[in-house]
Design a protein around this ligand. Structure first.
Ligand code: BGP
Length: 487
C-alpha cells in the first residue's frame, strides 16, 4: 500500500501570467488588436454590471480603436513583459521556479486571425521566451487562449459564435505546436473555459449588441460548443505533432456550499456544482452530460452540431485537469437573500469566511475539498494553475514591502494542498496567480496586486515599471527549496 507524505518529488512549483495582462506592446512587431486591447478601464463598472454582459458594445470598441492611448486601456500596456521578460524570468529563476504558465497572444501570430502566413516577429518572440525558460530550467505551461482573440474575428464573426473561427484557431494552434515542438510539452486550450457565461466578450469575443434579441444564451452556448470542439481538435494535433506532449483543460473551480441544510438550498447548490463541472466533463469524458443537455434544451438552447462533432469530442479528451481556485461560493434558495460578488460570480455571503478587499471569500479548506472532488470525479492528474490574493501593497520608505497577509494566504492554501496530496490526490504542480504584479483581468486595475514581485506602476500607467522583491518573494523561494516542507 502506497503512503503519501508531503509533496511529490518533482512537484512543479511556479507561477502563472497571461499575455494580455503582462506583455503590453499591444501594437508592436506586427501584433493586431485583440479583444483585451479594447477592454477599457472602468472603475465605476460594478461587478454586477460586468457579470451582466454590459461590459462592452460595438460603440465602445469603435471608441477604443480610435483612441491610441493606453491610459484608459491598461491591458495594452501590461507591465511590459514583452521587453522585460529576461529580467522577470531571472527573478522567477531566483525563486527556484520549476515552471511558468504563460499564454500566447493569438493576435501576435495572426494579427486579424485570417492571414494565410503567420507573423514571424510574433512567433520569434515566443521562441525567444521559451528558449530562455529552457535555459533557466523553467518548464513552460502554455495556454493557447487566455481571454483574448484577434479583435477582427470578434467583429466579423461575433467571436466564437461562427463556426469559421474553429478553423482559424486550429490553424493558429498547429503553427504553435510545430514551431515550439522542442520547447513546450504542457499545453492548455482555453483559460477558464466556463467563464464564457460570465464575460462572453473577454472569453469568446461575443459582443452583446450583435446577438439577436433574446438569443444571448443560444449564442453563448453555440460559441462554447465551438470552443469545446476546437479543444478536441487541437488536442489531436498536439499529440500528433509533439509526441509525449500533454494537453489539459482549464476550469474555474467554484466549489459551492448550501447555505443551510434545507433541501431546497442543497438542491440549488447541486445544480451550481453540476453546472461548474459541465465544461470539464465534456473535455475529460468526451461527451455532454445528459442532464445539462436536457436543461439547456428546456431553456430553448439548441446547440447546432456538425456531423462528427460528438466523435471528435469523444476521441480527443485531455490528459490532465488544470483549474484556478480563488474562493468557494455559498448558495441559497431563499428569495431576496443578500448576495455578494467575487470574481464576477454571485453568491450568498458565507459568515465563516473572511474576504479580500475585493470581496473574494478566502477559503483554504475549499481548495482541499475541490482537489478531492476533482480527483475523485476525473481520476486524472491535477494541477492548480491559478490561486492567489489580490491586495493593495504599501511600499515602505526603504522600498521594502511587508506582505504578511499574502504569505498567510498561501501558507494556509499550501497546508490544505498537502493534506489533499496525503489523502491520495495526484497533484503534480502549482502555479500561483500571479508571481509578479500585473493588470487585473476583471477590473483592469494595477493596484489589485498578486505578485511576489512588485511592479512600480499605478492604475493610470504612471511609474518606472521597476521590479522589486516583496517579503513573500523570499518566503516562496524557501517553500520551493524545501518542496513545501517549510511553510
Ligand atoms: C482569473 C483569470 C486571470 C486572473 C485572475 C485574477 O479568473 O484567469 O486572468 O486575472 O482571475 O482575477 P483579477 O485579475 O480580476 O483579480
Amino acid at each position: 500500500m502506497t503512503t503519501y507524505k508531503g509533496f511529490p518529488k518533482n512537484f512543479m512549483w511556479g507561477g502563472a501570467i497571461a499575455a494580455n495582462q503582462a506583455e503590453g506592446a499591444w501594437n508592436v512587431d506586427g501584433k493586431g488588436p485583440s479583444v483585451a486591447d479594447v477592454a477599457s478601464y472602468k472603475p465605476h463598472l460594478s461587478v454586477e454590471d460586468y457579470a451582466g454582459h454590459v461590459g462592452i458594445s460595438t460603440k465602445m470598441i469603435e471608441e477604443a480603436m480610435a483612441d491610441p492611448s493606453d491610459r484608459d486601456y491598461p491591458k495594452r500596456r501590461g507591465i511590459d513583459f514583452y521587453h522585460r521578460y529576461k529580467e522577470d524570468l531571472a527573478l522567477f529563476a531566483e525563486m527556484g521556479f520549476k515552471t511558468l504558465r504563460v499564454s500566447i497572444a493569438w493576435s501576435r501570430i495572426f494579427p486579424t486571425g485570417e492571414e494565410s502566413v503567420p507573423n514571424e516577429k510574433g512567433l520569434q518572440f515566443y521562441e525567444n521566451l521559451f528558449t530562455e525558460m529552457k535555459r533557466l530550467h523553467i518548464e513552460p505551461i502554455v495556454t493557447l487562449s487566455h481571454y483574448e482573440m484577434p479583435l477582427a474575428l470578434s467583429l466579423k464573426y461575433n467571436g466564437w459564435y461562427e463556426r469559421k473561427v474553429v478553423d482559424y484557431f486550429v490553424e493558429f494552434s498547429r503553427v504553435c505546436f510545430t514551431r515550439y515542438q522542442n520547447l513546450v510539452k504542457y499545453w492548455l486550450t482555453f483559460n477558464e473555459v466556463d467563464s464564457i457565461n460570465r464575460h462572453p466578450f473577454t472569453t469568446a469575443g461575443i459582443i452583446p449588441d450583435r446577438c439577436p434579441e433574446g438569443q444571448e444564451d443560444q449564442v453563448v452556448y453555440q460559441a462554447l460548443h465551438h470552443q469545446l470542439v476546437a479543444s478536441a481538435m487541437v488536442t489531436k494535433d498536439c499529440h500528433e505533432i509533439i509526441p509525449g506532449s500533454l494537453m489539459g483543460c482549464m476550469l474555474t473551480k467554484l466549489t459551492t456550499y448550501p447555505n443551510t441544510c434545507n433541501p431546497n438550498d442543497v438542491e440549488i447548490t447541486l445544480q451550481r456544482n453540476l453546472n461548474n463541472y459541465f465544461y470539464s466533463d465534456v473535455q475529460v469524458f468526451g461527451e455532454y452530460p445528459i442532464l445539462t443537455e436536457r436543461i439547456l434544451a428546456s431553456k430553448g438552447v439548441h446547440i447546432r452540431m456538425e456531423p462528427g462533432d460528438r466523435e471528435v469530442l469523444k476521441a480527443h479528451t485531455v490528459d490532465f485537469v488544470s483549474f484556478s481556485y480563488y474562493m468557494s461560493l455559498t448558495e441559497s434558495a431563499e428569495a431576496g437573500k443578500e448576495r455578494t460578488a467575487g470574481n464576477t460570480i454571485m453568491g450568498v455571503k458565507n459568515p465563516y469566511l473572511p474576504s479580500t478587499d475585493w470581496g473574494w471569500q478566502i477559503d483554504p479548506v475549499g481548495l482541499k475539498i475541490s482537489l478531492i472532488e476533482l480527483y475523485d470525479r476525473y481520476k486524472k492528474p491535477l494541477i492548480i494553475v491559478e490561486n492567489g490574493m489580490g491586495a493593495v501593497d504599501e511600499v515602505a520608505e526603504d522600498g521594502s514591502i511587508h506582505d504578511e497577509y499574502r504569505i498567510q494566504y498561501f501558507r494556509d492554501h499550501f497546508r490544505q494542498m498537502k493534506e489533499a496530496v496525503e489523502a491520495g490526490v495526484d497533484l503534480f504542480g502549482y502555479t500561483s496567480w500571479a508571481p509578479i504584479d500585473l493588470i487585473s483581468a476583471s477590473t483592469s486595475q494595477m493596484s489589485k496586486r498578486y505578485g511576489f514581485i512588485y511592479v512600480d506602476q499605478d492604475d493610470l500607467g504612471n511609474g518606472t515599471l521597476a521590479r522589486s522583491r516583496k517579503d513573500s518573494f523570499h518566503w516562496y523561494k524557501k517553500v520551493i527549496e524545501t518542496n513545501g516542507e517549510e511553510l
